[in-house]
Each structure stands twice: as structure tokens, then as C-alpha cells.
Design a protein around this ligand. Sequence first.
Ligand SMILES: *Cc1c(COP(=O)(O)O)cnc(C)c1O
Length: 365
Amino acid sequence: MITYLPLKEITASYEPQITDALRRIVERGWFLLGEECASFEKEYAAYIGNSHCVACGNGYDALWLILRAYIVMGVLKEGDEVLVPANTFIASVLAITNNNLVPVFVEPDEDSFLVGEAALRAACTPRCKAYVMVHLYGQCAYSDTLAAFCRERGIKIVEDNAQAHGALYGNRRTGSLGDAGAHSFYPGKNLGALGDAGAVTTDDTCLADVVASLHNYGSSQKYVHEHVGVNSRMDEFQAAVLRVKLRRLDSDNERRRAIAKMYIDGIDNPRVKVPRVPDFSGHVFHIFALMSPERDALQHHMTQCGIQTQIHYPLPPHKQQCYSQWAGLSCPIAEKLSAEELSLPLHPLLTDDEVRLIISAVNSF
Ligand SMILES: *Cc1c(COP(=O)(O)O)cnc(C)c1O
């Protein structure tokens, strides 16, 4: 069986550095807001290309904290509208609604899975004050013309970089392109912790200060609380693990691209569509998304061939039970992608032989 994501083997491939790092924390006896976290923040800010990084509890919190900080700063106010792709993971939308902001779902482009400029312009209302830009599947969703449109309308760009650590726009990294970047280090992401972890990056010193306060009980000085904050800190164990894994991120992403290239060159089946990738070198292939109108049969066939696959995502946020207010909303492209998407295994430890096996399984469908 080829598993979708063998986390145990992936973690083992960073040994003995991970165990050494964890032991170092135990011996030091300092578990929160310590030197590992401070070092990770410095190293990750430099990697992404921002002057500030605040490590926090998870990727959802990173998004929520940015939007909350903008409300605290008076840049956004509750009730404002926020543009968001209709085909994203629900966390991008929850960060909006849990701040009493109103999501405006934008249809993606069917071929790239990303929101294009025309769709953004069409969806944008005068009440839209921010855009949660999702670099879905590891592909950059930013462009300078898109940013110019947002600037002209006074719309803040908040990048959801949960799936795209290391992805590039020219020589700039996603997460540093807009006004602020939210990063998730959920174990399955390209840069994954051994539990929950996340980060906010930005060049905006005021925003960074407010996020830093909000994530630690609204306090920047012990027992002095200037904001109504939350507790969303990254622990020292996760920071230490992420420091080890960050050093290999670029070569891991390079391997992901090589595998994706094998898939694109090797898959040849009229019943299956491989992704069209306009900028191969900037893509970090968090997810390799096939499309097929016969997706469920294809998934069954892959399982029969001993290959585990996944679906990202079976139901778009606006069709979820928790968002019954949008049950009547129609986003036909997002809904079609949900019905047809199938993700092939793609991680740095996948061997060329395994990739060839997966390709022949798809081609024999
Ligand atoms: C994983 C993910 C998140 C949430 O990250 P967590 O760390 O699980 O909270 C947000 N947005 C997208 C697009 C994601 O893939």
C-alpha cells in the first residue's frame, strides 16, 4: 500500500536532529515564549522575507489574529465584508465569521483553482475591506495587478499561506506579498510541526505589535492587558522541530516539484485532467490535484491498486451545515471542483518507482 502521507517515516527522516532538539527543551526546562520560539520567529521572518514574525498556536489562529488586529487598529470594523475563495479549506472562512466579518465567496478559475482578477473585480462590493488570498495547493495566487486593484479599493491583502511555504512570485515568497501572511504548520503541511503551530508574518510593525499582544492575552507586559486577547502561543517543542525542518524546506519542495513533473509528463488518460501549471518553479505542490468527472470511481480504482488518495475538499464551506445561511448560494465552479478533485500522494520521500506505480495506476483507469 502506498499511503497518502507517511508522517512517521517523514519525521524519522529528520532524525537524530528532532530528538536532539526535543531533549534540549526538556533539559532547559523552559516551555513557552522562550529562545526556540524567538529564534524560529527570526529565522522564519528571514525565510519568508518579512521584518516581523509572531509564532502562534495554529494556522486558523494566525488568520483570526490578523483580522482581529485590524479591527483593534480600526482598519476593519465588524460587519465589513471580506473576499475569500469559495473553494478554500473552511479555516479561511471561519477566521472571517468568528471576527463578525462577512465573507464574500469568490469563484476560482477552473483550470488553475485560484481566484483570478476578473472574478475578484466582479465579486468586490464597496463594503469589501480585505481579501483572504489563499495560495491553494501550494501555488501563488498573488499578482501585482491584483494587488494594484486591492490598493486602489483600500482592500487589505491577508495571505493564507498554509499550503505554500516556500512558494514564489518572481523571487519573493508567498506570505510576504500582501499586507500580512498567515502560516499553518499543521503536521501534514509542507513545513509541518509535530502538533499544532502557526505564525503571522508582516512588514507592518503596528500590526505585528497588536498580534503579538493579542496572542498572549492581549498583553505585552506581564499582567498588563491592553487588548481583549486570547491564548495562542507556539510551544518551544514545536518551534525547535520547525527550526530543524525549515533547513530542509527548499530541497523538500524541489523534490515535490520533481515528482509533480513526473506526474504531469506521465499521466495520459482522457478520463483524467492533470493540473495546468503556468509557473512551475514557483509552485510547491502541497497537493497534486487531478480532476475527473468520474472521481469516485477513480478513487476506488486507485485503492484497488494499493494507492491511498484524498479529496481536497469534498464540500465547499458555503455548503457546510454550519453555514446554513449560505445553503442557497451557488458557486458552480467551486462545487464542480469539490465533486471532481482527487489528490495523489506527493511528499519528499516518495521514490521514483512509487511515482511510476501511481502513474500507471492512473493510466490504467
Ligand atoms: C491547514 C489550513 C489552514 C488551517 O491551519 P491549522 O493550522 O490547521 O489551523 C488554513 N487554511 C488553509 C488553506 C489550510 O490548508
